[in-house]
Design a protein around this ligand. Structure first.
Ligand SMILES: Cc1ncc(C[n+]2csc(CCOP(=O)(O)OP(=O)(O)O)c2C)c(N)n1
Ligand code: SF4
Ligand SMILES: [Mg+2]
Length: 291
């Protein structure tokens, strides 16, 4: 890790990018997300050795290689499970999870649901290109109805998942939506998500320029709109109503942020340790008693 003194303390950081050059196709939306997270972490003022980025498998899941923090490239759809375990074991780490629409909502759909409802203190960035990019262009859970791909040559007959709606209704306490081509707004949302205590979910409309050419920057511009004036992100009914009334349109900004709400999942794990009901808690008590 660069810019860290021998004592392990941070001096002055220029950014969080690693020396690894991203392997994404030129023009891929994920570059904008990388830039935005770099900026948000820099503004957060956290040291790189206090951050871990966990991912599944997919182009968007290559993220940990390109950041100079701890990283974990796990199995397809399993990033959130690994991130939950890491946060429970190392609560002081800032844990960021990244993934794609397939990783998050198809093979990883079960983990998505349970991580949201548990309100784990993570920031999860979903790069939503409405396609399986890494495997060269199959229909994904967010693909539009009628889309013709290699896996649906006669057109997709399924209704797409709305990721923000899925996160909000499953129990995430921070839900935002941005685009990879408005890096300034995205960095602000990510910073707010990183500062939020509890499950922060940020859906990012991010074009795959190679295997989903139809869903380019203009397509996502047409598909999204700014938050309506006066939207109150602290109101759960207002957030639900907004997503319901938006239909296929994707509102951009902080859609929901629960204030003074439920304690995150990790707090309850700590409470368990004082009243041992599981093997790890018993073991830790024994270790404390004898060492
Ligand atoms: C268990 C398992 N099943 C299938 C795959 C193949 N696979 C790799 S990435 C991927 C989908 C990637 O799409 P997405 O999550 O949307 O990420 P993107 O590449 O679009 O960023 C699939 C099906 C795998 N690696 N492991
Ligand atoms: S295949 Fe698509 S998602 Fe993957 S790096 Fe290329 S443009 Fe990005
Ligand atoms: Mg995808």
């Amino acid at each position: 890790m660069g810019n860290v003194t021998d004592a392990g303390t941070e001096t002055k950081r220029a950014g969080f990018r690693s020396k690894n050059r991203p392997t994404w196709c030129p023009g891929c939306g994920d570059f904008g997300v990388l830039g935005a997270l770099d900026r948000a972490l820099t503004q957060l003022g956290v040291a790189p050795h206090d951050v871990a980025i966990v991912a599944g498998i997919g182009c968007s899941s290559r993220f940990p290689f390109f950041m100079d923090t701890y990283g974990f490239h796990s199995a397809h759809g399993r990033g959130l499970a690994v991130a939950t375990g890491l946060k429970a074991a190392r609560p002081n780490l800032t844990v960021v999870a990244t993934g794609g629409d397939g990783d998050a909502l198809a093979i990883g759909g079960n983990h998505f649901f349970h991580t949201m409802r548990r309100n784990v203190d993570l920031t999860y960035i979903l790069m939503d290109n409405q396609i399986y990019g890494m495997t060269k262009g199959q229909t994904a859970p967010t693909s539009r109805r009628g889309l013709k791909t290699k896996s649906t040559p006669r057109g997709n007959i399924e209704e797409p998942v709305n990721p923000a709606w899925a996160a909000l209704t499953a129990g995430a306490t921070f839900v935002a939506q941005g685009t990879s081509f408005d890096m300034n707004s995205l960095a602000e949302m990510l910073l707010a998500g990183l500062r939020h205590r509890g499950m922060s979910f940020v859906n990012v409309l991010s074009p795959c320029v190679t295997f989903h050419r139809e869903a380019d920057k203009q397509y996502f511009k047409d598909l999204s709109s700014p938050l309506p004036e006066g939207h109150d992100p602290t109101s759960y009914p207002a957030a639900l109503r907004l997503l319901d009334e938006s239909g296929d349109q994707h509102p951009l900004g902080i859609i929901y942020q629960e204030r003074d709400g439920r304690a995150p999942y990790g707090d309850d794990v700590d409470a368990l340790l004082d009243h041992p009901t599981n093997e790890r808690a018993v073991l830790e008590q024994l270790l404390r008693r004898y060492f």
